[in-house]
Design a binder for this molecule. Structure first.
Ligand SMILES: [Zn+2]
Length: 123
C-alpha cells in the first residue's frame, strides 16, 4: 500500500517538526500532491486518520492541494498539461507519458511533487 507508507513518512515529519517546536497539538496539515504521483487521496486520508490516532496529530485537519501534471516535449516543443488523467484505464496501468501533440516521450515538469506545504500547531 503505497499511500500508507507515504502518509506515514509525512506524519513522521510533521510529528518531528511539532516536537521541535514544542507543540501541544497539530491543528492543520497542508499537503501538495501532484496528480502524476498516482496517489489515491482517499487512501491518504484514511491512512492519516489511522496514523494520527493516539498522537498529537489526532483531530487535526488534513488539507490536500492537487497539482496537475505538466509536461514538456523536446521534439515538438509542447508545454502544458498531460491529458491521460481522463483515460478510464489511467488507474489500472501506469501510463506512458506521451506528448498530446506528437506522441513522443515527454519530460515531466510538474505533478510529481508530494510535499508538506505548511502545518499549523498549537504551542
Ligand atoms: Zn511533442
Amino acid at each position: 500500500m503505497h499511500e500508507f507508507s507515504m502518509t506515514s513518512e509525512i506524519a513522521k515529519l510533521v510529528l518531528d517538526e511539532a516536537q521541535n517546536r514544542g507543540a501541544k497539538r497539530v491543528l492543520e496539515v497542508n499537503l501538495v500532491i501532484g496528480k502524476l504521483t498516482f496517489l489515491g487521496i482517499e487512501q491518504i486520508r484514511f491512512s492519516y486518520k489511522l496514523l494520527s490516532k493516539g498522537t498529537i496529530l489526532q483531530g487535526s485537519k488534513l488539507k490536500i492541494e492537487r497539482r496537475d501534471g505538466m509536461v514538456e516535449c523536446d521534439k515538438c516543443g509542447y508545454k502544458g498539461p498531460i491529458k491521460s488523467q481522463e483515460d478510464p484505464f489511467y488507474h489500472l496501468s501506469f501510463p506512458s507519458l506521451a506528448c498530446p501533440k506528437c506522441s513522443s516521450v515527454v519530460k515531466v515538469t510538474e505533478g510529481r511533487e508530494c510535499t508538506i506545504k505548511n502545518i499549523r500547531l498549537e504551542v
